[in-house]
Design a protein around this ligand. Structure first.
Ligand SMILES: [Zn+2]
Ligand SMILES: [Zn+2]
Length: 88
């Protein structure tokens, strides 16, 4: 994806930034993301999956603290959303 503010290309998998689109394409094809693309955000979990749905399944299985982390983020988001007031 392209960060228009920083004028840099950002890898959406590892958030690495690159100056040129070609560099990002090379990076995505490179060893950094060759096999296991998605990593569980749980602390000390390290579970990896080759698809987003695979890692979602793992998170929903609640085998690690990633589920709690995800729920915490969702609740924070909801709190922020509910504090917004549409005016005008
Ligand atoms: Zn990357
Ligand atoms: Zn996990």
């Amino acid at each position: 994806m392209y960060d228009a503010n920083a004028r840099l290309w950002v890898c959406w998998l590892c958030l690495k930034r690159m100056r040129h689109k070609g560099q990002l394409e090379q990076h995505l094809k490179g060893p950094a993301h060759a096999e296991k693309l998605f990593k569980c955000p749980g602390t000390a979990c390290g579970k990896e999956a080759s698809s987003l749905s695979g890692i979602m399944q793992h998170i929903e299985s609640q085998r690690c603290d990633a589920y709690d982390l995800a729920m915490g983020v969702m609740q924070q988001l909801e709190r922020k959303m509910s504090s917004f007031r549409i005016t005008g």
